[in-house]
Design a protein around this ligand. Structure first.
Ligand code: ATP
Ligand code: MG
Length: 572
């Protein structure tokens, strides 16, 4: 744990005093800001799109800026309202009813957003899928969720497994021509053309399912996490206080739309605040990333430590070619934001990145650094207002400060998953004595800042202590030859474990016995724990999930000759 403190960046942010906001916070006050019918029914599309589209002063504000290969398209709140209403009317005509599932299998494109809004309007459950899923992964999801419809395009429809997709009532292609693979193919753009532009939004109880999202699959096969319309309270409060959005903001969430971060904070997060969302559909290139920030006057950027590491590997002077004066706030999620990445961004982009923590199951950011609060590099910050967190031991007892244990959240925040699709047992297993157990290990310091130590499966036991893989990885990454490192324990026998580090070298360095020996020595010299046996393996790449997370479970499985479990959701 590093004790450095970096001064707060913007005292005038939406959340001004953490203490005051946290102690006086009441979810009822947030709920009161939204439209409810007399019976208390809501619809997230109403408050994120229609509210702005129906107001003449905001209807023409830009809601979505989409860019691919340099070509830009912008959609106002009113455009999104009309598009999604037409599609919703067509879905109604085709007999879709509340609770029916709809898969969205599309490349990153504006149609993903029209489709999800159309479904949400009607109380249908949408599920955005990665377009590069394999046939086997698609088949598994089709059998699991049994969608009534799939919204796809003519480049991806041929990927659908024949037998599993044959039962799907409607295969809706966003544009023609129909390849004629399935009986039920329809050209959505052609048939929706004549649909009315107004659609009666279906108001539903807050606990009505909104989306079904398969997790990243870092710890095992992905789970189908179900979220509800009530998530809007939590998404809104965190978009406002953590991402610091207001109607004049332009937010770029650069995660893919099938990852929960893109699915929530690339859409409803900004829209509930009346802000614009930027979508860059071209693959990562350092220059393109800076240019996207500049070209679209991005004010708030929600990215990942992996993206930052990729920028760090490029020429550090590159950023000087771009005008990033509009950029006010940077936040990250997904993995620990290590101090080296934190300071690199500060040095080169002249702003602090703010780490945030959450998971698919929590539906919203739960622990965060705030722009008006001091940042402790290496810490993921403090619980967001309305969320109570703790470090818990095996007996569900709260542990005192600076004690290692499992991060738990008190049940009761509005965006908590409603369930795991068709798996009540797995859902029930998250809860212990009123706590939601995250499966992540952490430590809390005396000022309430949390430090992520690793996932419980990734922890390495040395003597009586558990050490997280980051402790080793961080030291290794600080060596000039190392670009990426992943560390696991390789022995399962009792006694001191052997640590194995998988290392991807920086360009210009090559693997050798000598480099191995010097890395082992470097690690031993810089570790604060007694390291035991250390092995090093040089690899070309490390296994990652599609959302870019390190898959230590796969390394462990390969190393120990165990089945790697289901490799579903592995990156290419
Ligand atoms: P699966 O649940 O299928 O194994 P996953 O947990 O990677 O996959 P997500 O829901 O996308 O799927 O990721 C949530 C997890 O990401 C958290 O449980 C945590 O381990 C990790 N994470 C998220 N934010 C941070 C952060 N700021 N620091 C460290 N880890 C983080
Ligand atoms: Mg998880």
């Amino acid at each position: 744990m590093i004790k450095a403190r970096v001064r707060a960046e913007n005292p005038d942010a939406n959340l001004k005093s953490y203490y005051e906001t946290y102690t006086s916070f009441d979810w009822q006050d947030v709920k009161a800001e939204f439209y409810h019918t007399e019976s208390g029914a809501i619809n997230i599309v109403w408050d994120s799109i229609d509210k702005w589209a129906n107001d003449p002063t905001t209807r023409d504000n830009v809601a979505l800026i989409y860019e691919k290969a340099g070509v830009e398209r912008a959609y106002t709140f009113n455009d999104l309202k009309i598009k999604s209403s037409k599609w919703a009317n067509l879905l109604t005509k085709y007999g879709f009813k509340i609770g029916h599932r709809v898969f969205i299998l599309l490349p990153t494109s504006p149609e993903i957003y029209f489709a999800m809004l159309a479904c949400a309007r009607l109380g249908l459950i949408y599920s955005i899928l990665y377009p590069n899923l394999s046939g086997e992964e698609l088949e598994w999801r089709l059998r699991d969720a049994e969608p009534r419809g799939i919204i796809t395009d003519n480049s991806l429809v041929s990927k659908l497994p024949k037998t599993a997709a044959e039962n799907v009532k409607h295969i809706l292609l966003v544009s023609g021509p129909r390849p004629g693979i399935f009986r039920t193919e329809t050209e959505l753009d052609v048939v929706s053309e004549h649909m009315p532009e107004e659609c009666e939004t279906r108001f539903v109880s807050p606990e009505t399912s909104l989306y079904l999202l398969y997790t990243s699959g870092s710890t095992g096969p992905p789970k189908g996490v179900v979220h509800g319309h009530r998530d809007m309270y939590g998404i809104y409060a965190t978009a406002k206080y953590v991402l610091d959005l207001s109607p004049s903001s332009v937010l770029w969430t650069d995660g893919p739309p099938a990852w929960v971060t893109g699915a929530v904070y690339g859409t409803f997060g900004p829209w509930l605040c009346g802000a614009a969302s930027v979508i860059q559909a071209t693959a990562f290139r350092p220059g393109l990333w800076y240019r996207t920030l500049e070209r679209h006057s991005v004010t708030n950027w929600y990215t990942t430590p992996l993206t930052i590491r990729k920028l760090m590997s490029a020429d550090s002077d590159l950023v000087k070619q771009y005008d990033l004066t509009k950029l006010k706030h940077i936040a990250t999620v997904g993995e620990t934001l290590t101090p080296d990445s934190f300071y690199w961004i500060r040095e080169h982009l002249k702003r602090s990145p703010h780490d945030t923590w959450w998971m698919t199951e929590t539906g919203m950011i739960c622990i965060a650094n705030f722009p008006s609060q001091l940042v402790k590099p290496g810490s993921m910050g403090r619980p967001v207002p309305g969320v109570q967190a703790a470090i818990i031991d095996g007996q569900s007892q709260e542990l005192s400060i600076l004690t290692f244990g499992e991060l738990a959240l008190k049940v009761g925040w509005p965006a908590m998953a409603l369930g795991i699709w068709k798996d009540d047992k797995r859902y029930a297993a998250y809860f212990k004595n009123g706590w939601f157990m995250t499966g992540d290990m952490a430590i809390k310091d005396e000022e309430g800042y949390y430090y992520h130590m690793g996932r419980n499966d990734d922890m390495i036991k040395i003597g009586t202590n558990f050490v997280g893989p980051y402790d080793f990885e961080q030291v290794l990454r600080s060596h000039m030859s190392v670009s990426e490192a992943a560390v696991i324990a390789t022995s399962i026998d009792p006694g001191p474990p052997t640590i194995k580090a998988f290392i991807k070298l920086e360009e210009g360095f090559s693997a050798s016995g000598e480099l191995k020996a010097s890395l082992i020595q470097y690690l031993k010299n810089n570790l604060h724990c007694e390291a035991t046996e250390i092995e090093i393996a040089f690899v070309k790449d490390l296994p990652r999930t599609r959302s870019g997370k390190m898959l230590r479970r796969v390394l462990r499985a390969w190393e120990l000759g165990l089945p790697s479990g289901d490799p579903l959701n592995l990156q290419d």
